[in-house]
Ligand binder design. Structure first.
Ligand SMILES: C[S@@+](CC[C@H](N)C(=O)[O-])C[C@H]1O[C@@H](n2cnc3c(N)ncnc32)[C@H](O)[C@@H]1O
Length: 257
């Protein structure tokens, strides 16, 4: 089925609703803090933020005094927002944050050179398995020994466990977990203030992720976390988080080069 709107347009149109300076979206609570924990001490490092969006995670990583963070994203509006917000931060802290538009599904637009580590926070759900594998391979070549690659994706079971209701869903539209790899599901994720953003996920099974990692050179066992709502989340805002209690929301992969 063809989509009415391209991913670039989807994010160009929603850039203002993604822009935030503190935890707001569901996944700002359930996923992004775990990415920062996994990244650990980034002092002096040169990092890539693949599919950086409007730069929320990069701005948080910047507090750890990396030497440089290069953010790349398909959406010109998301990159414009990231640059604008990094400018405000640079006035206070100096400027490690740099941004460029790039379609990371296109090998010719992938960043050149090497880095000390990379993150891809909810990028791979917009890429086919083949495109994800190419990015993983390029990261394997680019990340210096000892560096880490961290990526998050929607949990592959989520679409099959939840109705199309707040605060997060993906609609499988009759497709099944097995046999639907590379099929695109549409969904929405909510902010705590009631605003929701459209999201999509090109379905991959758990084995699709492991296979792509092995084929792209990441042969050591990854550290994998299945992320969901915790007791702390329920304390912060029971009405918002309670519908997701016990449901796997995201996968986090951490790989060391
Ligand atoms: C869910 S948002 C996450 C943004 C950011 N990583 C964060 O955690 O706030 C997904 C981002 O991936 C970007 N994206 C999707 N497909 C892409 C592609 N082929 N190349 C580069 N960026 C892409 C979108 O434009 C969007 O900004």
């Amino acid at each position: 089925m063809s989509n009415a709107i391209s991913t670039q347009d989807l994010y160009d149109q929603a850039a203002a609703q993604w822009s935030r300076s503190e935890q707001l979206l569901l996944s700002d609570f359930t996923a992004r803090p775990r990415v920062l924990e996994a990244a650990g001490d980034v002092r002096g490092q040169h990092l890539w933020d693949l599919g950086c969006g409007e730069g929320y995670v990069g701005r948080q990583l910047a507090a750890g005094q990396p030497r440089r963070i290069d953010g790349f994203d398909l959406s010109e509006e998301m990159i414009a927002s990231a640059r604008q917000q990094a400018g405000a931060l640079a006035a206070e802290q100096g400027g490690p944050l740099h941004y460029a538009t790039a379609n990371l599904s296109d090998a010719s637009q992938f960043p050149e050179g090497q880095c000390d580590g990379a993150i891809a926070v909810f990028l791979f759900n917009y890429l086919s398995i083949a495109a994800m594998e190419a990015v993983l391979q390029r990261c394997h070549q680019a990340i210096r020994p000892g560096g880490v690659l961290i990526f998050t994706v929607p949990h592959p079971a989520l679409a099959f466990l939840r109705p199309a209701e707040p605060p997060f869903y993906l609609e499988p539209q009759g497709h099944t977990y097995l046999g639907s790899s590379d099929v695109q599901f549409e969904g929405r994720i909510w902010r705590r203030d009631g605003v929701s953003n459209p999201v999509r996920s090109i379905h991959k099974t758990f084995a699709d992720y492991i296979g792509a990692l092995q084929r792209s050179g990441w042969s050591a066992l990854p550290v994998v976390q299945e992320l969901g709502v915790t007791a702390e989340h329920l304390q912060v805002d029971p009405a918002f988080f309670a519908p997701l209690q016990g449901c796997p929301l995201h996968l986090l992969f951490q790989l060391r080069r």
